[in-house]
Write a protein that binds this ligand. Structure first.
Ligand code: GLV
Ligand code: MN
Ligand code: MN
Length: 429
């Protein structure tokens, strides 16, 4: 593709992302959670773009939008499909590239293939999942778990902050909570899943590269912690006899931070401790929540990730040990519930090679391979088919933040690399 063509595609990507970013639950910031009215509007817009690109569109039982470009159905990959895409839900006060870029890149790649008159030997399907962030419900990757047939326990009775269950929200959205299992694709029908995603970190920018090739997605655990102490009068209960759940939780949060920091610098030289480890408490609530009442109960979240499953498991064990010690010393009870634990999701070696070749062909420089600390739909799709990801340079490494930015030039190059990757797969099929 010429530089002018790549630039034009990047500018289209930017315009499409701007249009999606205007669909939000809040007037002054981007918040688009799973199965909300905003999700519905974004899904409709994506479906319109898919239809305009010549795709056959449907929404599945989990609210995922599918756009299918039929192939020639000749040769060994006849009847199979290659999946590309990402998610259209966001975090609260989000950036405009996380997830949506992968959906838009898939649609633009289809447009480019059709512009060139190419008919692939397999079907190409663009997917727009609705639940990668796991913000509305204490559960994530529902859409990609459904498509990949890896939904073990849908936990449809989990509720959002307003007490609405996933089951009820799905039904209201037009999905079908009872048909989720029937949506699963069969591994023998799928050639792979490729996702374009903003890097959400600083590595590519530091290296001066527009694109990177993802080798794996970090091991991740999410937990919910409940600390129970005793509520009491802020004016009368002596400090020494209090069982303040918030003060205990505060100490626990600092202990969690300490675990993440100590292990991330490889304190003991042990393999496990030299892996990238991060531990975050992003949500906390004190009950009953009044300035003159000693907090009797605190609930908070814990997110722990590492480059290996063992490092993550060791870190969780260490967190549990420290939390138990704090709870015992302060006379509070603590319960830790596992929301999910996802093992490292490795890109398929053949996908890594194919994407690296495409990136090199498009950029004219050697490709860089990197791990993803962020979670992605690939963590579910890996159970269905070989996965591969193309990372796009992210300004300042800032993501999950309205300042998130990828340039139109880099997005155009990403679409070109996606097209090359698809064509490479087509040539060998
Ligand atoms: C999603 O962006 C995650 O990594 O939590
Ligand atoms: Mn994402
Ligand atoms: Mn995200």
């Amino acid at each position: 593709m010429t530089a002018a063509e790549i630039k034009a595609i990047g500018e289209r990507a930017e315009a499409m992302l701007d249009a999606l970013a205007s669909i939000s639950a809040e007037p002054d910031r981007l918040t688009r959670l799973y199965l909300t009215e905003e999700h519905r509007r974004a899904a409709r817009l994506v479906a319109e773009w898919m239809r305009a690109a010549g795709l056959r569109v449907r929404m599945d039982a989990a609210g995922t939008v599918h756009g299918l470009l039929p192939g020639s159905n000749k040769g060994p990959s006849a009847g199979k499909r290659l999946l590309v895409g990402s998610h259209i839900d966001t975090v609260v006060d989000a950036g405009r590239y996380d997830g949506t870029l992968g959906v838009v890149a898939g649609i633009l790649a289809v447009e480019e293939l059709r512009r060139r008159g190419i008919v692939l030997p397999f079907a190409l399907e663009v997917l727009a999942f609705g639940d990668e962030e796991g913000v509305r419900f204490p559960k994530t990757l529902l859409g990609s778990s459904v498509v990949s047939g890896s939904l073990r326990d849908p936990m449809l009775d989990l509720t959002d902050a307003d007490g609405v269950t996933i089951r009820a929200a799905l039904a209201a959205f037009g999905g079908d909570p009872d048909a989720l299992e029937a949506e699963a694709y069969r591994p023998e029908d799928v050639l792979g899943f490729i996702e374009v995603h903003i890097e959400q970190g600083p590595v590519l920018e530091q290296l001066g590269l527009p694109l990177g090739v993802v080798t794996s997605i970090a091991s991740q655990g999410r937990y919910r912690l409940t600390v129970k102490g005793e509520a009491g009068h802020a004016g009368t209960v002596p400090m020494a006899t209090r069982r303040d759940a918030l003060a205990a939780a505060a100490e626990m949060v600092l202990a969690i931070e300490a675990v993440g920091m100590i292990q991330s610098i490889g304190r003991t030289g042990d393999d496990v401790r030299t892996e990238t480890l991060v531990a975050t408490v992003g949500e906390i609530k004190a009950l009953p929540g009044a300035s003159n009442v000693i907090p009797g109960e605190v609930r908070f979240s814990l997110d722990i990730r590492a480059g290996t499953d063992r490092a993550r498991e060791e870190a969780v064990a260490e967190v549990r040990r420290r939390i138990d010690e704090i709870a015992g010393r302060r006379g509070v009870a603590v319960r830790i519930e596992t929301v999910h634990e996802k093992v490292v999701a490795a890109s398929a070696p053949e996908m890594v090679e194919r994407i690296a070749g495409a990136v090199e062909a498009v950029t004219g420089s050697p490709s860089h391979r990197l791990m993803s600390g962020a979670g992605h739909d690939g963590q579910a799709m890996v159970h269905l088919a070989p996965i591969g990801m193309i990372f796009v340079r992210c300004r300042g490494g800032i993501s999950h933040n309205p300042a998130e930015y990828a340039s139109p030039e880099d997005m155009g190059i990403a679409v070109a690399a996606l097209v090359e990757t698809i064509l490479g797969l087509g040539a060998e099929s």
